[in-house]
Design a protein around this ligand. Structure first.
Ligand SMILES: [Mn+2]
Length: 274
């Protein structure tokens, strides 16, 4: 049995097929982790959803911002954006099944010394606490009030975490950290506007995984989302978005030994941007 963690797919099925071939993945024996954002911008979001869903117990995927966007567009909560490539999913005969499956994916996965989340964690959250907070969001997303929850999901506030936060503000802060975070201010507040490269950010902004005294540093955090950062293999972070959808590479990391595989994604390029 081998376990491989794979970076953001964003609709790039063909590179994924080459990557699973390259690592020698055997679904009867091995497992795949996906860091989320299975869909959008790339050419085959429908194929990616069907592929990962078909793996059943052999795959774990956590929700990313584009996955949540798809759920919102499908419900008419969000408008489709010009660069979205979600139409084939929305028109598919198995659309309802795929979307229900997606809505029931976790926001965070913890196993042994590893924890996986799409974007990041706030510095004051130990891994076990973050997993509980993810559970609060999963309960809302899987419960009878899920449409109302999604309809009030978007917004950049509150930027500061407080254990006393309640209701939708609390859930929004958890979702924003786990699906959108790249940098924090020194005081731990989220700066969700920044999307660039590390070092480009103003001096008082710090990559979430470099925040001093980060309580989740007990585990290796497997994540994606930050394509401008690219592949980052640190002592306790494995950031796997190596920009496949932007024509760069799709990456797999075998856990726990961190052996890496890459496949080129020239044919998947959605053009410049982030
Ligand atoms: Mn993302």
């Amino acid at each position: 049995m081998a376990l491989y963690a794979i970076g953001d797919l964003q609709g790039c099925l063909e590179p994924l097929e080459r990557l699973v071939e390259a690592v020698g993945f055997d679904p009867s024996r091995d497992r795949l982790w996906f860091v989320g954002d299975l869909v959008n911008r790339g050419p085959d979001s429908l194929g990616c959803l069907r592929f990962v869903k078909s793996l059943g117990e052999a795959a774990v995927t956590v929700l990313g911002n584009h996955d949540l966007h798809l759920l919102c567009v499908a419900e008419g909560i969000e408008r489709s954006r010009p660069r979205d490539t979600l139409d084939a999913v929305l028109a598919a005969p198995d659309r309802d099944e795929l979307l229900a499956w997606l809505r029931h994916r976790p926001l965070m996965h913890v196993e042994g010394a590893f924890a996986m989340v799409h974007a990041g964690l706030l510095p004051q959250w130990p891994v076990a606490r973050a997993r509980e907070l993810a559970g609060e969001v999963e309960t809302a997303l899987q419960g009878p009030g899920w449409r109302a929850f999604l309809s009030r999901l978007y917004g950049n506030e509150p930027a500061h975490w407080d254990d006393a936060l309640a209701g939708q503000e609390r859930l929004r802060a958890i979702v924003n950290a786990m699906t959108r975070l790249r940098v924090c201010r020194r005081d731990g507040a989220m700066d969700l506007a920044f999307k660039g490269e590390p070092g480009e950010h103003a001096g008082d902004r710090v990559a979430w995984f470099d925040m001093p005294h980060r309580a989740s540093a007990t585990h290796t955090l497997v994540c994606g989302h930050w394509s401008a950062l690219g592949l980052r293999v640190g002592e306790n972070v494995l950031s796997l978005d190596s920009g496949c959808v932007w024509g760069r590479q799709l990456t797999a990391a075998r856990l726990p030994d961190r052996h890496l595989w890459h496949v080129p994604c020239a044919g998947c390029g959605a053009g410049p941007g982030g």
